[in-house]
Write a protein that binds this ligand. Structure first.
Ligand SMILES: Cc1cc2nc3c(=O)[nH]c(=O)nc-3n(C[C@H](O)[C@H](O)[C@H](O)COP(=O)(O)OP(=O)(O)OC[C@H]3O[C@@H](n4cnc5c(N)ncnc54)[C@H](O)[C@@H]3O)c2cc1C
Length: 410
């Protein structure tokens, strides 16, 4: 059986199960998670028991071998109730865990799978104070010393800082002679790893139950066996590792879309019930057309995310197509901000009250055009693929990277 959105009976059953979990277990806790700014370990335990943590992990490692689309369906349902819980499902099925499961050694995969399947939400550590969109400007370094790497540096805005156990840390690699080898990923387990410190927690606008923090690495020793070596080796490995990030982008876009879907559900119920001028406000065409536009944008975002989740990147990649993932994240994150804003508007003053979830949703959803590649940087990626050019962002980039003959011809 296929629905208008192309979901199978199995996918619909999974959606229904996730929806029930979201309404009964997650929704009653959502306001308190935001107010108390505490990571919801109780929800994580329930998610683990329900099999929503690590469901994309292959069966031979204890997971269910589910697809990214399955994860997307669950994430949307969680996001309708609680953005933080939805982000936990993203990071327990996409991002760092999918990277390790794709490129890791047997030991790395077993370690990562065991942690996630027992309820850990991994942390992915790329961004630094002076290296945000320009991630390759990172200065965190990993120096080879015999059979270990010694990591020194600083990362900030790391999701799950202080609560995540599994960390995938990106660093510039130097061999024993001090020669640079490229940017690679290193697997560390907090509490077991001496030299990994949470320096501070960011004071965030929304998503307050999820700690975002600054991590400092001081002579953090990682066994060489915990270096994640992607298929193209260290020299070009950053591109492979970032390719894995396309799953995370689809997940982040889905969280935004799910928050918007939740806000729209609230608004739809309210416009039927609230009366002004002697009739339900839903009878006013001004609001009807807003509702229709919200629904159109929501479904467009949903279809783009489904398509991206189902896609595969070039050369048999295990990850979504970068073009589809980037377009879906840009569209979904921007549409979601508009939809949530309009839903809040339909509640009048009540929408502005902390007694209803709309203001929380508006704060939470604002993040998704920023984290995981900003809307501007992703547009550059889309344009670069359209043009078939590498679009370096540095001032001397074109001169450095482009054959000059191309300019002479113009
Ligand atoms: C809630 C949250 C969670 C996060 N979680 C993580 C995490 O777990 N791990 C992690 O590593 N990072 C994480 N990040 C960091 C995130 O990936 C970065 O914030 C993002 O990549 C942008 O970097 P920046 O904040 O330094 O902004 P900047 O790079 O300083 O950008 C500032 C502005 O300039 C624009 N800009 C920059 N370069 C260009 C360009 N070439 N063309 C056009 N516009 C440009 C940007 O779009 C933006 O509007 C998180 C961020 C947030 C907000």
């Amino acid at each position: 059986m296929h629905t208008p959105l192309g979901l199978t009976a199995d996918e619909l059953a999974l959606t229904a199960r996730a929806r029930e979990f979201s309404i009964n277990i997650v929704r009653p806790r959502a306001a308190a998670i935001d107010r108390e700014e505490q990571y919801p370990f109780d929800i994580v335990k329930a998610l683990t028991e329900a099999g929503f943590m690590g469901m994309t992990i292959p069966r031979e490692y204890g997971g269910q071998g589910r697809s990214f689309l399955d994860a997307v369906l669950v994430i949307e349902e969680m996001a309708k109730s609680c953005t933080v819980s939805a982000r936990i499902v993203v990071e327990a099925n996409m991002g760092a865990i999918s990277t390790v499961m794709a490129y890791g050694t047997e030991a790395q995969k077993r370690l990562a799978a065991t942690l996630v399947l027992s309820g850990d939400k991994p942390a992915i550590c790329i961004t630094e104070p002076a290296a945000g969109s320009d991630a390759t400007a990172m200065t965190t370094r990993a120096d080879k010393r015999g059979d270990i790497y010694v990591i020194n540096g600083r990362k900030h805005w790391i999701t799950g800082a202080g609560v995540s156990k599994l960390h995938l840390i990106f660093a510039r690699i130097f061999d024993e002679r001090g020669a640079e080898q490229g940017i690679g990923g290193f697997i560390a387990v907090r509490e077991e790893a001496k030299g990994l410190r949470v320096a501070r927690r960011e004071q965030t606008m929304g998503l307050r139950g999820m700690p975002e923090g600054e991590l400092v690495f001081e002579n953090l020793e990682i066994p060489a066996s915990m270096a994640l070596v992607p298929p193209s080796g260290f020299a070009r490995g950053f591109a492979d590792l970032m390719n894995a990030y396309n799953s995370q982008r689809v997940g982040a876009g889905t969280v935004a879309m799910g928050v918007a879907a939740g806000a729209l559900e609230h608004a739809l119920a309210y416009v039927k019930e609230r009366e002004q001028f002697g009739r339900p406000i839903g009878e006013f065409q001004g609001l009807q057309w807003m509702l229709a536009d919200m629904q159109i944008e929501l479904n467009a975002a949903r279809l783009m995310l489904y398509a991206a989740a189902r896609s595969r990147g070039p050369d048999g990649s295990a990850f979504p197509d970068p073009m589809l993932a980037a377009q879906a994240k840009i569209f979904a994150s921007e549409a979601a901000i508009r939809i949530v804003n309009d839903a809040l508007q339909m509640f009048g003053a009540r929408g502005y009250s902390r007694e209803l979830p709309l203001e929380r949703m508006a704060r939470d959803v604002r993040m998704f055009t920023i984290g995981g590649g900003t809307a501007q940087v992703l547009r550059t990626l889309v344009a670069a693929k359209m043009l078939g050019w590498k679009l370096p962002q540095t001032r001397d980039g074109y001169v450095k990277d482009m054959p000059l003959s191309r300019f002479a011809a113009e």
